[in-house]
Ligand binder design. Structure first.
Ligand SMILES: [Fe+2]
Length: 369
């Protein structure tokens, strides 16, 4: 399956009826020749169970996970055996490193500054600075599994040159200058929900800020890390509650950190798709599909979203507008509770009842239809 939905192997004809054979997108061809599994899926129930095979580029087993619209960002899963390490790599695409499970270290090397080592554990989040060389090693007794969410599809398609992307000597000194405390796990609150940090030790323990506009008991922070343009945010919502439906552009990868529940996803005017989730599930709402998350578990549900844009300090518009380019975006693309389909609240209440849990938010005061 081609990554680009509207990819057409045959180009348009001209007035003389001649045609040309359109080559496949560079990233599709590159993924295929890397020789590791490519999992095409709407959602993955458990990242810890994704099947992997040896990736010579990193020297460890790995796989690609192509969720919806994987033409800007996509996911890769790597597993480092106990006592093992990846090869050292550098690349001209940005990546998040989220630790699905295990403990280890990452060596960061950049020309002109001294090496640094990042210590990580299960649910750590960081981003090697763009084009810095990095090498992960497993310091634990079991396998260490890492999720990468990267803008590799965008970057590789843009330059369609593997050497430029993987063997480029350019040093982004403006992003990382070897500062001693660069990867210390401290954070700075820039304003309310906007946080600057380069290392989150455990995303489940990280500070969040109330965001009641997204629903009762909702808390969120947006992270500015390593001067990436790809964004990250962490959200949680309480037992017996759900978040308001909203929509935005493609490539937001939602990783469930704790809790259980389900999400409804739909394109305006079309049927809904339901995804049931739990810790380590991942899915990506398709471009401009509404999505709404429901907590049906006995504890607070928390998730991490890694996405193609939305970095607070480096706005980078790709595709549909967003909050950085349209101040009314969130308001215009959220369904307020009084506008919701009453079946949504009913379904949630029934789900909770089946589990012996009480709904913790009042029935919306629906507008007359
Ligand atoms: Fe979203």
């Amino acid at each position: 399956m081609a990554i680009i939905d509207n990819y057409n192997a045959q180009g348009p004809d001209d007035t003389a009826g001649k045609r040309f054979d359109r080559p496949p997108p560079f990233y599709d061809a590159w993924q295929s020749k890397e020789g590791i599994p490519i999992h095409q899926s709407f959602h993955v129930d458990d990242l810890a169970k994704v099947e992997l095979d040896m990736w010579r580029r990193f020297g460890v087993p790995a796989a690609f996970v192509n969720l919806a619209d994987p033409f800007i960002c996509t996911a890769m899963v790597l597993e480092i055996p106990p006592g093992g390490a990846t090869l050292a790599v550098r690349h001209m695409f940005e990546t998040w490193i989220f630790v699905v499970g295990g403990t280890g270290q990452t060596l960061i090397r950049q020309d002109g500054v001294k090496d640094q080592v990042i210590d990580w554990q299960t649910r750590s989040l960081f981003g090697p600075p763009l084009n810095a060389t990095y090498r992960h090693s497993n310091t634990g007794t079991g396998p260490a599994r890492i999720l990468m969410v990267t803008n590799a599809p965008l970057t590789l398609n843009l330059y369609h040159n593997e050497r430029f992307v993987f063997e480029n000597p350019f040093v982004f000194k403006d992003r990382y200058g070897g500062e001693d405390d660069y990867f210390d796990p401290h954070h700075e609150v820039m304003a309310q929900r906007y946080i600057r940090t380069n290392m989150v030790k455990d995303v489940c323990d990280f500070y969040l800020h109330e965001w009641k506009e997204r629903g009762p008991g909702a808390r969120t922070v947006f992270l500015s890390m390593s001067h990436h343009t790809i964004g990250a945010h962490v959200s949680e919502f309480e037992v017996g509650t759900y978040k308001l439906a909203h929509r935005h552009g493609p490539s937001a990868h939602v990783i469930i950190l704790q809790g259980e529940g389900y999400s409804l996803l739909w394109k305006e005017g079309e049927d809904m798709t339901r995804v049931d989730w739990r810790e380590n599930s991942i899915f990506s709402p398709p471009d401009m599909w509404y999505h709404q998350h429901f907590n049906t578990g006995g504890k607070t549900a928390r998730y991490l979203a890694l996405k193609s844009k939305g970095a607070p300090e480096h706005p980078c518009r790709i595709g549909a507008p967003g909050p950085n380019s349209d101040p009314d975006f969130a308001k215009n693309h959220q369904i307020e509770s009084e506008d919701e389909d009453p079946a949504i609240y009913h379904m949630f209440a029934e789900e909770l009842k089946r589990k012996g849990l009480a709904i913790a938010q009042p029935r919306p005061n629906y507008k007359p239809r």
